[in-house]
Write a protein that binds this ligand. Structure first.
Ligand SMILES: *Cc1c(COP(=O)(O)O)cnc(C)c1O
Length: 396
């Protein structure tokens, strides 16, 4: 077969995606990513961000970010291990450790590269990783990068995890074994069964790694899923992102001092990618302080989440089994789901459809992400638009 040119490859594959309705068109915002966004001259109620607490546009964060720019400039100037470590980074890490109730913490430039760096700093080709089948892409890629044997277990199926942990342990083939899971699964809003995972880990000497991107700031009075279950001293890696509820950008691992010391000499994004910017770092520090001092924003987030869920359920929508403010509205058929999301948009609500292959075939849903920044009036407007579109399309 003659080899293809890059142009041929791209044209064929782009066309193929478009033919199958899988080509994602990106809508740029002409405004901040707040509860109301502006796209192409239209104002829409925003139910698609991960800005759970509204901190992305918080005045207090903006103020410290501007001050940090005045004092430290816009860039950190180097990787952390050369001379890119500002006192701001150290303060942020101390604050994160306090927040997570661990001995120490290490900050990365994103949650994604935190998973890239942290997993492979500890696991290698002589090891095995037990990974929930619905884990986030960055966990999957981080596991692959480590070259450890990846053993997937059925989603939140503790019998399957126990059986696979037993088999891996008893095979004697692996030097170390890790179990890794999202704390909150973002497609359905369900929470990992951490008490059982920790128990299985004890039984089979597993290293535990929880990616709490969607739990931090949301559960456990803000400190996350691990705290929610009272397991702060029983999870080795408490990984989190600074890009969702924290509202800024970055990732981190909180854990024992030895673990963090090791990550600081082995996690490659820490060694080979420039440090978080001064503005981001200062804003993250402020956000964590706010979360540690008050649950006002979490309370508002949960109140809004409960209200939206109850209202959609009362209208007759299938909102799945979410245990968090994440509110999926399951439509089923892929094409109908996309049409539903488009109709919501035309009526003034921005809520993205999520379909196969991101979720199983036939479970297409519009995923709603209420935040602490939404007002009751905004949610009432959303609910009446859902009612209108739902009736029109025969969903309710
Ligand atoms: C969003 C997300 C990440 C990546 O975090 P970023 O800071 O956006 O790079 C990692 N893990 C999970 C589970 C996520 O949902």
């Amino acid at each position: 077969m003659p080899s293809k040119t890059l142009d041929q490859y791209l044209q064929e594959n782009l066309q193929d995606l478009k033919n199958r309705g899988l080509y994602n068109v990106i809508d740029p915002l002409d405004s901040a990513n707040g509860p109301i966004i502006e796209i192409s001259g239209r104002e829409l109620i925003n139910l698609s961000s991960n800005n759970y607490l509204g901190l992305a546009t918080d005045e207090r964060l903006k103020e410290v970010a501007i001050e940090a720019v005045q004092e430290y400039g816009v860039g950190a100037g180097a990787v952390r291990t050369i001379n890119g470590t500002l006192n701001l980074h150290v303060k942020l890490e101390e604050k994160l450790a306090e927040f997570k109730n661990t001995e120490a913490a290490i900050a990365f430039q994103s949650g994604f590269n935190c998973n890239m760096g942290a997993i492979s700093a500890v696991m290698d080709k002589n090891d095995a990783i037990l990974s929930d089948e619905l884990n986030h892409a960055s966990i999957i890629d981080g596991c692959r990068l480590s070259r450890a044997k990846i053993i997937r277990f059925n989603h939140s199926d503790m019998d399957d995890l126990r059986a696979k942990a037993k088999e891996a342990k008893e095979s004697g083939q692996y030097k170390k074994i890790m179990v890794i899971t999202d704390g909150v699964f973002s497609m359905d809003g369900d929470i990992a069964k951490l008490p059982e995972i920790v128990e299985i880990a004890k039984e089979y000497d597993l290293i535990t790694y929880v990616d709490d991107a969607h739990g931090s700031g949301v559960l456990g009075k803000g400190a996350g899923t691990v705290k929610h279950f009272g397991l702060s001293d029983q999870v080795d890696f408490q990984m989190g992102t600074l890009s969702k509820a924290i509202g800024v950008l970055g990732g981190y691992v909180a854990g024992k001092k030895d673990l963090i010391d090791w990550l600081k000499v082995r996690a490659r994004p820490f060694l080979f990618s420039t440090a978080l910017s001064p503005a981001d770092t200062a804003a993250c520090l402020k956000a964590v302080s706010i979360l540690m001092n008050s649950t006002e924003l979490q309370d508002k987030l949960w109140e809004n989440g409960r209200y939206l869920k109850k209202s959609l359920k009362d209208l007759g929508f299938d909102i799945g089994q979410s245990e968090t403010p994440i509110t999926p509205c399951i439509i089923g058929d892929e094409v109908k789901t996309q049409e539903f999301s488009k109709r919501l948009n035309e009526e003034g609500v921005y809520a993205k459809s999520i379909v196969f292959p991101t979720v199983p075939r036939g479970t297409g849903r519009v995923r709603n992400m209420p935040t602490a920044a939404h007002t009751k009036e905004m949610l009432d407007r959303v609910i009446s638009i859902y009612e209108k579109v739902g009736k029109e399309m025969g969903v309710i």
